[in-house]
Design a protein around this ligand. Sequence first.
Ligand code: FAD
Ligand code: FES
Ligand code: MG
Length: 273
Amino acid sequence: MNKIISREELAPNIKKLILEAPFVADKVQPGQFVVIVVDEKGERIPLTVVDKDKKQGTITLIFQEVGKTTCRLGQLKATEEIHSLLGPLGKATEIKRVGKVITVGGGVGIAEVYPVTHAFKEAGNKVTSIIGVRNKDLLFLEQELRKVSDELLVATDDGSYGHRGNVCDVLKEIFPFAKADLVYAVGPVVMMQAICELTRPSGTKTLVSLNPIMVDATGMCASCRVSIKGEMKFGCVDGPEFDAHEVDFDQLAKRLKLFSKQEKKAMECCKDR
Ligand code: FAD
Ligand code: FES
Ligand code: MG
């Protein structure tokens, strides 16, 4: 059992939880995630560890309520407990001093780029962060990312704040001049795919953190398989980060929709209760 220490709504349907998890707080590295089970009958879902406090023995999770489990998690209050938590899982990001790094987060991907952006900055890189949401009200972690970036650029689809357009539009504008040594992106599959095509002609190293459906998250069930340079890899143990120029994004997008019918039904049953 892991106790919830605090709960905050960062934006509509985006929640932040600080949870008691001393072992994870002690060991977790940027880029890694945990698998949680909300209650006894619940399913397992992976969530990135956004922050940690070793002294307090706590970790921070930020998630978007998209279906039954994330909505159930969002209903829990401070002092309540989640049934179980496994981690840290996945390979940590290789943090090195490479020079100029551009990190890109779209939607809830903003939460996932935060720890990596922080770590690249601490390692002595010059970091530009680009974050994007549909409109100003959906923005979160802006101030936190500003503190750990040399430059922060914000995009909103409707132009209500920052640049009008999406994160790819902003990257397209700055990319020819930015001379980046590394681009790191997390967000919806279409966004990561577009960024990958943007950096491909220059051969700029581009990493993406993939989000395939995970069940055991220890390399046993093959649910999270992704095609990397034509070879099958497991997102949970070989990733979640991969070289964007080697990812089969179309296959990933197809596999993410495999259980759409069941997910919709589960959500409807949940609403009926
Ligand atoms: P459902 O209605 O069951 O599913 C909605 C959609 O979520 C599905 O169509 C599918 O695309 C995806 N999904 C469903 N089950 C899983 C699963 N077991 N594993 C992966 N994807 C699934 N989301 C966040 O909001 N914040 C994060 O920090 C975050 N980190 C992630 C880290 C990793 C390594 C991965 C693989 C995913 C991460 N996700 C994160 C996505 C998150 O796991 C899904 O949004 C969540 O599992 C949806 O569950 P649900 O029951 O609420 O929705
Ligand atoms: Fe089962 Fe990766 S989630 S092998
Ligand atoms: Mg689900």
